[in-house]
Design a protein. Sequence first.
Length: 419
Amino acid sequence: MDSMATTGFLKGIENKVRGVVKRAVINHHRRGDTVLFSDTTLRDGEQMPGATLEPHEKVRIAQALEAAGVHSLDAGFPASSQADIEAIRLMIGVIKGPVLTALCRTVRGDIDAAEEALSDNPRHKRGVSLFCGTSPLHREHKLRKEQPEVLGLITDTVGYASGKFDIVAFSPEDASRTEPDFLIECYKEAIDAGATTIGFPDTVGVMTPEKVYEIIRHIQDNVPNIDRALLAVHFHNDLGLAVANTLAGVQAGANVIQCTINGIGERAGNASLEEVAMALHLNQEQYGVKMNIDTTKLFELTQLVADLTGIGLSPMKPVGGDNIFATEAGIHQDGLLKNPDTYLPYRPEAIGARGIRLVLGRHSGRRAVAHRLHELGVELSDEQVLGVLDGIKEVPKGVSIDDELLAQLAGRVTGTTAS
């Protein structure tokens, strides 16, 4: 056997082994009860106006996501930006746990760019995510292609990508507005061409949880070769339902869920990773799945992403907002002092946050006032505490009751400072 024939023979053996390994990994995840988190903060999240990240900032966030236990990172869109290529290359050798993936259109040049950006990462830790518009709107107005042409484009580029990557995901853009029968055809062709994951993106965020459950079950039941790929879901938040829709996808059997930290992203954003993770954590009996997310890393992640992107959080933002463990209401303050679980869904330490904050103001009760005075080393009678509380209620709107002002009010009722 000459050298060329030997090389070809060995290459054939290598490809067969890879095929067996890929199938085994897919079967393991499909049969398991662990849902995989794929984070797209660094790509889809960064597309939010004003949320631009420098390459070194992306690496910092990627490291925090790795520490939190995400399975894969949508690291960038190499064909769109040299900065994305730089960021991806900076992650190689630093990010060792999660799979690093790059976004590609169904264009061979995009796949080549992704291969170049990820070339130094181990083969089992790099992949591509291809997308192609499939809805009537996208076919007619963006692609100007008929259904058979779109199917041919999917087959060609997914097949091309699978020759370069072991991990190939395909998502039909605007899947939620694509005809169900055509959607099934797209998935079948993509899997036959080598896709190891198929995604369902609700690109414009129009789905409801009931519809999500129905379509994900429809995909599971009607894609004939679905056993050869994982099923991922990706929801936008235009109706405020991205987290609920993601959970419905999990309940319907999705293997992979794609989210962003703080829910940042196009228009109203994406499903918030920290919210989905805590919902699954607190409702394990309902969803029946496990996850590898370390919830104690979530608060730190929310703050890091807010700081580096400059996109601040609402005080009421679940998991990361300033008011999550803060209250001014007297009844709540009394309950929290007796047992934090009376008015909390979970304690601060569950997400790695700081402790409970009892804010003093017009709605506060005497127990909270007495508690804070005790922490400051001031012991007053019940009558004196009520006097301080009366003073608090007379403070003008907008004036914060800090420790200095609280001490002044205490001094007034005890006669130790001038009124």
